[in-house]
Design a protein around this ligand. Sequence first.
Ligand code: FPP
Length: 267
Amino acid sequence: MNLEKIIDKKNTDLSKKIDKQKVPEHVAIIMDGNGRWATKKGLARSFGHNKGVNVLKEILKASKNLGCKVLTVYAFSTENWTRPTKEVDFLINLFSEVLEKQIDEIHQESIRIKFIGDLTPFPATLKKLIQNAESLTKNNNTFLLNVCANYGGRQEIVKVAKEIASKSLSGEIKPSEVNEELFNSKLLTSGIKDPELLIRTSGEKRISNFLLWQLAYSEIYISEVLWPDFNEVEFLKAIIDYQSRNRRFGGIESLPNKSFKDSKYSS
Ligand code: FPP
């Protein structure tokens, strides 16, 4: 794989610092700071969300070019409904607009798109667009974009627990058969390798109910940059930092992430 030159402010070619053998297969991102970015510029928060979409496009391209296989982004949490109705409506319209305008390009790029979360409360028009986008791209298996929408990590875990409890009550499974593998198979991310790397922008140091189960052993990279100012250079800095980590998974030796070797998106 040939990476194009990516020059930072100090004129260093970051692509040369990347170890192509150690690129994370799955990167998760909490795209934070849209509102603050806009407010700082004296603009409405919606401007930050609009700019955020362009950044997502750039990072999607960058991660695919780098050789990542899966990108999971936190677009709307179960807690985001508490925002003013105007902002919630804006975000919902933005998701529809992005799907309408970008889905052909996403498909041409051979990217599969999946929405993760409880989509029930979204308007029928958005649900239809999501269904069409997922069905159009379902056979694209070079890269997967997971968009977490009305997603909450605790809610996901409770949902799995309920399902297992009910199967146990009906005698379909024995309590002694409940293990991590079974739990994993019922998550919304089942079949997808856990993220090796979580990036959160805007300097906040929280997980905010994102992928609570899946992030158990992920490396965390906090960028001080607000999401609308994030770009390929900042993304490569996160990858370079990740590559400097010694991943031991609770043991004493550095190990590759071995839990999902058979994942469809693992190489
Ligand atoms: C966090 O910034 C950002 C969001 C809640 C929305 C992110 C959504 C997008 C970038 C659109 C993505 C679209 C698709 C279809 C995937 P914030 O509003 O919490 O910022 P603040 O912390 O500064 O208030």
